[in-house]
Structure formats: C-alpha cells, structure tokens
Ligand binder design. Structure first.
Ligand SMILES: NC(=O)c1ccc[n+]([C@@H]2O[C@H](COP(=O)([O-])OP(=O)(O)OC[C@H]3O[C@@H](n4cnc5c(N)ncnc54)[C@H](OP(=O)(O)O)[C@@H]3O)[C@@H](O)[C@H]2O)c1
Length: 268
C-alpha cells in the first residue's frame, strides 16, 4: 500500500511522520509532494519519505491520497489531479470547511474521508474526528483509522456537521487550554512566583489533573467535588467561577468556533 501526502506543511509532515510508524506501511511507501523546493529539501532529508514535485509522477501510484494543503488551494489542486486519479483511490482530506460533496464533484471520486485533526498530533497526542462517504468499505475504514491513529487517537462520526462541531471542541480546543494556562500563569506571577516557577506549577497541574481524569471513570464534576471541601480554598475558587458564569462563557467560546467553521465552509 502506498500513501501520498500532498502539502508538506505543519499538518502534512506531522501526519506523514506519524504514518511512517504504521505497521501497514513499509519504508518508502510514503510519498510526499509539495510545490515549494525548500519544503521538498526538508522532506528529502527524512529517509522514509520519497519527495515529489510533479503530480503525474506520484498521484497514479497512490492507494490513499492525503490532502493537507490550505482550503483555498484545494480547487486549483483538484483541477490538476482530477485527470490523474482513479476510482479505487481513497482521498483523506484534513482541509477545514471543504465538504465531501465538494471533493467528490471536483475530483470525480467516491471514496472520500473528511477529517479534523488538532495540533497535539505533532507530539503524537492529537485527536482526529473523521467521517467517510458510503463508498469507503469497512476494511478500508480500518486502514484509514489505523493511519489516523498514528498521531494520537481518532473518532469516527456519522454526520459531517460533527466535523465542524469537532473544530469547536478539539480543533480549536488546544487554544482554550492555553488560554486557561496563560491566566493561571499570570495569577501565579502576580502572587510572587517567577515565570519559570509558574510554568512548572501550571503545566504539571494540567498534566496531573488530566492523568487523574484519564485513569478513572469519574466526571470532571465528580473530581471537582473531591478536590473542593466545604468552606475551603478550592470551593472559594469554584464559587468565584460560578458567580462569573465561566462555564457558560467557555461553552459560548466553543460555539463561536463551531459557528465560524460552518460560516467558513460556506465559502467553498
Ligand atoms: N494547523 C492546524 O492546527 C490544523 C488543524 C485542523 C486542520 N488543519 C488543516 O490542515 C491543512 C494544512 O494546514 P497547515 O497548517 O499544515 O498548512 P501549511 O503549513 O500552509 O501547509 C500546506 C503546504 O501545502 C503546500 N501546497 C499548497 N498548494 C499545493 C499544491 N497545489 N501542491 C502541493 N503543495 C501545495 C503549501 O505550499 P506554500 O506554502 O508554498 O503555499 C504548504 O507547504 C489546512 O487545510 C487546514 O485547514 C490544520
């Protein structure tokens, strides 16, 4: 099996590197194409990839074509490859906002997977939600999922709207966590800690809390109740958040990202 990754940017290279760890792919079975010479030089240094600059040299060889260019590059790219693709090829697109219907109509192919990754894929801790067109077989889905899982975890959804919804939760979500971290680091420094001390305090607090959550079946609410005793310090902080409606504000923020994803998708 051969995979072609089109677009050796942030996400394309992250997935190519993740997929190189897959047992399904042998060395040199990952082709990477980009239009920039600089990016291709970078790709050429990585021994398990074959770098390409010409579509006709790699598109016909691929079983799976992984599209990782910016959404505004999709149309010109698809125009160039539509005469090179064949109906048995599977296209996985991570382009935000470009629907399966659009990809089908521009490429004339039926086996399409639309996926929404997130940035922690770079360190193997990403989460990718994906939806597939009906022509992708169960066996092909297993292959697709195992390739996506090489950058973390993946979840299959059965409705394309949930791809936009996952933009609001996991796609943009790392920024919400960074926002919370930034506020806590600022508070720590205002209390007298150095920048480095506040970084350790905040980062390890996040890591530890997530680890506790992952190792149990308890909900975040149950964990909050465990940490907060009546009349204590944590209760004071949680009461302050409740009084300021922080819970609703965070939900509003996630919906703002979700709505923006829908709005941007209408441009394609
Ligand atoms: N970054 C994220 O966290 C994230 C999260 C979710 C989804 N995504 C999606 O992932 C996709 C890629 O994002 P990115 O941040 O990795 O973008 P990026 O760093 O700009 O990478 C895209 C690469 O594709 C190249 N390219 C453009 N048109 C091409 C063509 N016709 N043939 C070959 N190569 C071409 C670009 O070259 P030039 O630079 O020369 O144009 C660039 O090297 C986007 O569609 C985005 O919506 C990203």
């Amino acid at each position: 099996m051969k995979v072609l990754v089109i677009g050796a940017g942030n996400m394309g290279l992250t997935y190519a590197q993740g997929m190189s760890k897959s047992k399904l792919l042998k060395k040199k079975n990952i082709m990477v194409l980009d239009k920039s010479d600089e990016k291709l030089e970078e790709v050429d240094q990585i021994s398990y990839f074959d770098a390409y600059s010409e579509l006709h040299e790699c598109v016909p060889q691929a079983d799976i074509i992984f599209i990782a260019v910016k959404p505004y590059h999709a149309e010109p790219l698809f125009k160039k490859i539509s005469s090179l693709v064949t109906s048995d090829q599977i296209v996985i697109s991570i382009m935000a906002g470009i629907t399966i219907k659009t990809i089908k109509s521009l490429l004339g192919l039926q086996k399409i997977v639309r996926a929404m990754p997130n940035l922690p894929a770079k360190v193997g801790e990403g989460v990718t939600s994906y939806v597939a067109s009906s022509k992708v077989s169960r066996l092909e889905m297993i292959v697709v999922e195992s390739l996506l899982d090489t950058t973390g975890k993946s979840i299959q959804v059965n409705n394309e709207n949930l791809i936009d919804a996952s933009t609001g939760i996991s796609g943009s979500g790392p920024a919400y966590v960074f926002y919370f971290m930034q506020s806590m680091m600022e508070a720590a420094q205002q209390m007298g800690f150095t920048r480095n001390e506040s970084k350790v305090l905040v980062s390890q607090t996040f890591t530890g809390a997530v680890e506790l959550f992952n190792q149990s079946d308890l909900s975040p609410n149950s964990w909050m109740e465990k940490v907060a005793s009546k009349g204590g310090t944590t209760r004071a902080a949680l009461d302050s958040m409740e009084d300021n409606n922080v819970n609703e504000l965070i939900k509003d923020a996630a919906f703002a990202a979700f709505n923006k994803a829908i709005e941007l998708g209408k441009n394609y």
